[in-house]
Design a protein around this ligand. Structure first.
Ligand code: ADP
Ligand code: MG
Ligand code: ZN
Length: 485
């Protein structure tokens, strides 16, 4: 008889906080600059330098903790986690250990239309390490030597530790996806797994289905895309199953995931907390947040993705539009700015154009939504003309493109284009009668039931009016005139 196994997963997610400066010094956190240009005695670990805690990082960590339903601790303590590695000049990482900032939260995920609650054990603050640049190879294996870039050393992180509540690769993915959207939306993290601003460690163990005792876990590192989260889980599940099926035991280990081969290899036998000789950092006071300070921070608590979703669905946006807007922060900021000046223009109409044509027009332009000359005010001004029937959808597109290129407002563009759409029946009737008289055969067809031939007449009327006739009105008049023939 073969045993079937259930997987048990707990995730540790490191998320870089979007502060301008590092956690304990004033160096810039800007990504992609020349190596070792954002360094100072503090983040280089020089003797005699002293750390000063970044207030903004604490605020962001508190907001993240609240967004994930945690209890924010009045007192938390920074400790030293001691180990040697060339990317860690101090010889220790400053991290919260026994007393973290946030405890006991949860995150609800949706898998197969079912809501499942995943517990969050803790969220603590810590500093990042530097980066090793392996020369002559992408990895340490095969490289001739390695260089050290300390620009990232001391960048603020939060580590979000989940309970071992996750039971499948799909749940793990859904958890990281909703975590990512939340952290991005509240503005504390840019959600870029590939660039390393979010890093996921997968803890995984197996147990015979139907049993309750946890098995021995491994911790898989280096999973830096949604695809590799799923693949790393599948590969580690298969590896552990094979061991257990053969009557062996899983060794508690830290393993490395390789995307090219979709396998994991042992990195080191699992270290225990006591290996790191944690102790409170004597250079840093305990972080104490008074009720008043917490109130202050939370006074500006941002809207969460779920709340935004509800608000948008209330404005009758579609589900798929909401997903697009939640994913693209600059597009959403633009949309929100439009809502503020929307006047008579319905949100749904704004959304349709923002997500559709405007997005398409701006796609290849460097200024994008953030600084397009078609400002929300001007754009809504143009949409107001469309909603009022002054311009047609076709004109809307043309004028919108011109607005993006010139930054002219709607009225100027309308005048330049030769004026409004013709929506006055008394102006249209003579044109339509002329077209009908010139096309008696088409009129016959329509009278004999081929109503689609009306589109030909429509085209002729548009040609005569240089595209300015109001389509609905033309259709209506054509039908009326023909019925009298
Ligand atoms: P460490 O700090 O040594 O990594 P933790 O106790 O903090 O260990 O646990 C880290 C992660 O491992 C947590 O997300 C937790 O849910 C998960 N975890 C703990 N035990 C198991 C297990 N038996 N199987 C799978 N995941 C586990
Ligand atoms: Mg760990
Ligand atoms: Zn510094």
């Amino acid at each position: 008889m073969t045993t079937t196994y259930e997987m048990v997963i707990g995730l540790e997610v490191h998320a870089q906080l979007k502060t301008k400066t590092k956690l304990f010094c004033g160096c810039s956190t800007h990504f992609g600059d020349a190596v070792n240009t954002h360094v100072c005695p503090v983040c280089l670990g020089m003797p005699g330098s002293l750390p000063v805690l970044n207030k903004r990082a604490v605020e962001m960590a508190v907001i993240a903790g609240k967004a994930l339903n945690c209890d924010i601790q009045e007192t938390s303590v920074f400790a030293r986690k001691n180990y040697f590695y060339p990317d860690l000049p101090k010889g220790y990482q400053i991290s919260q250990f026994e007393l973290p900032l946030c405890l006991g939260g949860h995150l609800d995920i949706v898998v197969d239309d079912q809501i499942k609650r995943i517990g969050i054990t803790r969220i603590h603050m810590e500093e990042d390490a530097g980066k090793l640049l392996h020369q002559g190879s992408g990895a340490i294996a095969g490289s001739t030597h390695s260089l050290v870039d300390l620009n990232r050393a001391c960048t603020p992180l939060i580590e979000i530790v989940s309970e071992p509540d996750i039971r499948s690769a799909a749940e793990a993915r859904a958890y990281v996806e909703s975590l990512r959207i939340i952290l991005r939306t509240i503005g504390v993290n840019d959600g870029n797994l590939e660039e390393g601003s979010m890093r996921v460690d997968v803890n995984l163990s197996l147990r015979p289905s139907g049993t309750s005792k946890f098995g021995t876990r491994t911790e898989v590192k280096n999973v830096n895309s949604f695809r590799s989260i799923e693949r790393a889980i599948a590969s580690e599940f298969a590896r552990q199953k094979e061991i257990l099926d053969a009557g062996g035991v899983v060794i508690q280990q830290t393993r490395n995931y390789h995307d090219d081969t979709q396998t994991t290899t042992a990195l080191r036998d699992k270290e225990e907390a006591h290996d790191y000789r944690y102790f409170p950092d004597p250079d840093l006071l305990p972080l104490v947040l008074s009720k008043l300070q917490l109130q202050d921070i939370l006074a500006n608590f941002p809207e969460l993705p779920e709340q935004i979703r509800h608000r948008y669905l209330g404005l009758v946006l579609t589900d798929s539009d909401v997903v697009v807007l939640l994913e693209d922060m600059t597009m959403r900021a633009y949309f929100e700015a439009c809502l503020k000046v929307s006047g008579v223009v319905p949100a749904k109409e704004i959304c349709k154009w923002v997500v559709g044509d405007l997005n398409a027009f701006l796609k290849d332009r460097p200024e994008g939504f953030a600084s397009t000359m078609a400002t929300p005010e001007k754009f809504v001004g143009l949409l107001a003309l469309l909603v009022a029937g002054t311009i047609s959808g076709k004109m809307m597109k043309d004028l919108l493109q011109k607005m993006i290129e010139t930054g002219q407002n709607a009225d100027v563009l309308l005048t330049q284009s030769g004026g409004a759409q013709v929506s006055d029946a008394s102006e249209l009737i003579p044109v339509i009668e002329k077209v009908l008289a010139a096309n008696p055969d088409v009129v016959e067809k329509i009278k004999s039931g081929k109503s689609q031939s009306a589109e030909f007449l429509m085209g002729q009327v548009m040609k005569e009016t240089r595209g300015k006739a109001k389509p609905d009105l033309v259709r209506q008049i054509i039908a009326e005139v023909i019925s009298k023939y």
